[in-house]
Design a protein around this ligand. Structure first.
Ligand code: M6R
Length: 608
């Protein structure tokens, strides 16, 4: 999603803004721009495509000025060209925006009626036009004009504005999309997240819903939706410590796949008492013995992690689980039960649909927990309980280590739920905890298949379509495998419950179609292998992912196989995830796609 940076600095800020925007590249974008105030004069440079194009525009015509704003745009309204790139300006004000303004069409008509002329197709441009309208027609100052403009906007957004003639003023607003203030020494910063601010300061204050900040180099004031002056806590952000480099890998995604043994171990350390082989949850966590029901919701990969955990909560805790995609859940009239709990899963903690579903469940009396990677995020701050995942910053758009850390956290929580509800005894808890503690080692072992998987991926790269199948906990992993492949290699892929094949998808099978069969040797192994033989009998190319015994038991005729370590079958998704991630990664690198920033995708989806 769009990235925002604003700086009231002590030297020329354009180069600093471009550096900050580089740290926001992971969010996904298709154009970028910078505006500065120099001796009271507003000027800007914008360019479609990657930041290199903006840098070239700045090299050709540098921008001076100690006050500036910058933006990476992920197009929603209007093509990703220079005219639609932010900042959007009038001669009086320049504005950057993240989010969507729902009533922009009617505001645009109104402003055109006053004679104002628009130069882009974006929804964002109504904001500088409205501010200018109030500056000129009502003779108010910049802050009041900004406040009046924001009050007219409907939707979910964050804005930052700078003004002609105002070298020591930057104003920002948050409604639906995050915005953070960074305090420096005689400098002030605004940014979409703490990673953007990390090169400049670790003293970060998050705006709350409806807040407006008025910043100068000396300090800032925050006003809530009713215009009352408020104070918000300052936090010391850990983002500054985050190493945002590729550590010798070609892509962030490769680095993040290989970090998994370590980050899974970190996540385990938040939940497991290794000496006693038990799970310990924070004191304020759910009392699972009293929960009437559990709702789980998320988007994309985080949703698939939730779907796998449904099997765990049902199997170990005998707890009824309602699970849905957040964009659906938020608009369903769910008959929530009294004493119900809800878990929302999110790497970024800023996904708009997940946040909206959380708020709806909260309003309907559910106790809210978040499995979240960014502790300062909106979802973390609005939840009653935080279940941390210690994945560290995930920069690649395709989620990898966050997925396995989400699974790790959810597995530990589900084991604790089983103990609290008396549906597993302490021996079973110890057995499961021992199995969980083995996962970092098993994931490291799974990574050793990288070379073999790369060779298979070179063939997958020639396919037009790919099917993934699995049963039980391997069914959501099949969905995740298909998502991973399609998002970074652009090959069409579908995941199916293996038992569902003969209800339609089997019609697709021919000698061109690779079918990836995820089958750890569990209670459903034989059934999945039967489905695989149905594929092979129709000339399909079966690629089996199983352990050595599973591959041997599957018999002859496989097109290919990937050997996974032997693991506790119900926890297999945490380890088998490595194979599907590497398969997608090498397929994409073979095709030469932009692995870390695939087309059309954003890392953090802060619009609906
Ligand atoms: O930050 P979140 O975990 O809430 O993000 C949810 C999805 O947008 C995310 O998992 C997306 O599906 C990834 N690109 C998948 O790799």
């Amino acid at each position: 999603m769009c990235g925002i940076i604003g700086i009231l600095g002590t030297t020329d800020v354009a180069p600093l803004i471009v550096d900050g925007l580089k740290r926001l590249e992971y969010r996904g974008y298709d154009s970028a721009g910078v505006a500065t105030i120099d001796h009271g004069r507003l000027d800007r440079r914008r360019a479609p495509g990657k930041l290199g194009n903006l840098q070239a525009a700045l090299d050709a015509r540098p921008l001076a000025g100690r006050t500036g704003i910058g933006h990476t745009r992920w197009a929603t309204h209007g093509a990703p060209n220079e005219a639609n790139a932010h900042p959007h300006s009038t001669p009086r004000v320049s504005v950057v925006h993240n989010g969507i303004i729902e009533n922009f069409a009617e505001l645009k008509r109104e402003l055109e009626g006053y004679g104002r002329r628009f130069e882009s197709e974006t929804d964002a441009e109504v904001c500088p036009q409205l501010i200018t309208h109030y500056l000129e027609s009502e003779n108010v100052g910049p802050v009041e004009a900004f406040r009046k403009a924001i009050a007219r906007l409907k939707g979910a957004f964050a804005f930052v504005a700078i003004f002609t003639g105002e070298d020591n003023l930057m104003v920002g607003a948050r409604k639906g999309s995050p915005l953070a203030i960074g305090r420096g020494e005689g400098e002030m910063f605004l940014g979409s997240d703490s990673y953007a601010l990390a090169p400049f300061t670790n003293r970060v204050t998050y705006l709350e819903e409806g807040d407006i900040v008025v910043a100068t180099r000396e300090g800032f004031e925050i006003f809530n939706e009713r215009g009352e002056k408020v104070s918000r806590p300052e936090m010391i952000s850990s983002a500054a410590d985050a190493l945002v480099d590729k550590d010798g890998h070609r892509h962030f995604m490769a680095k993040e796949i290989h970090e998994q043994p370590e980050v899974i171990a970190h996540t385990l350390s938040r939940y497991i008492d290794a000496a006693n082989e038990t799970v310990r949850l924070a004191e304020n966590a759910f009392d699972f013995s009293r929960l009437s029901s559990l709702t789980i919701s998320a988007c994309g990969t985080a949703y698939y992690a939730g779907l796998i955990s449904k099997y765990w909560f049902e199997s170990w805790a005998r707890l009824p689980v309602e699970i849905d995609i957040a964009s659906e859940l938020r608009y369903r009239s769910v008959p929530y039960k009294d004493q119900g709990g809800a878990i929302f899963v999110s790497q970024s903690g800023e996904t708009a649909d997940t946040l909206a579903a959380l708020r709806e469940a909260k309003a309907r009396g559910q106790k809210i927990a978040a499995v979240v990677n960014v502790p300062e995020s909106s979802i973390a701050r609005e939840a009653d309980i935080i279940f941390p995942m210690a994945a560290g910053p995930e920069i690649g758009v395709a989620s990898t280590k966050a997925f396995t850390c989400q699974l790790t956290a959810l597995a530990a929580i589900a084991i604790a739920a089983g103990r609290q509800r008396g549906t597993i005894d302490d021996m079973e808890e110890r057995r499961l905890v021992r199995a969980l503690l083995e996962t970092p080692r098993h994931v490291a072992e799974a990574l050793r298949q990288a070379g073999a998987i790369e060779a298979i991926a070179n063939d997958i790269a020639k396919a037009r379509d790919v099917l993934y199948i699995g049963r039980g906990v391997s069914f959501p992993l099949a969905l995740e495998g298909a998502l991973k492949l399609k998002e970074i290699s652009y090959i069409h892929a579908e995941g199916y419950a293996a038992g569902e094949l003969k209800h339609g998808p089997i019609a697709l099978i021919d000698e061109e179609l690779p079918v990836i069969v995820i089958a750890p040797p569990d209670a459903l192994f034989e059934k999945t292998i039967s489905n695989m033989h149905e594929v092979m009998a129709r000339g399909g190319k079966a690629l089996l992912i199983s352990d050595r015994a599973g591959i041997a038991a599957a018999g002859d005729g496989l097109w290919a196989s990937i050997e996974a370590p032997t693991v506790e079958p119900i926890l297999a998704p945490i380890v088998y995830a490595v194979a599907i991630q590497l398969l997608a990664y090498y397929t994409a690198t073979n095709k030469g796609t932009d692995v870390d920033q695939p087309r059309n995708l954003a890392k953090s989806v802060t619009v609906e």
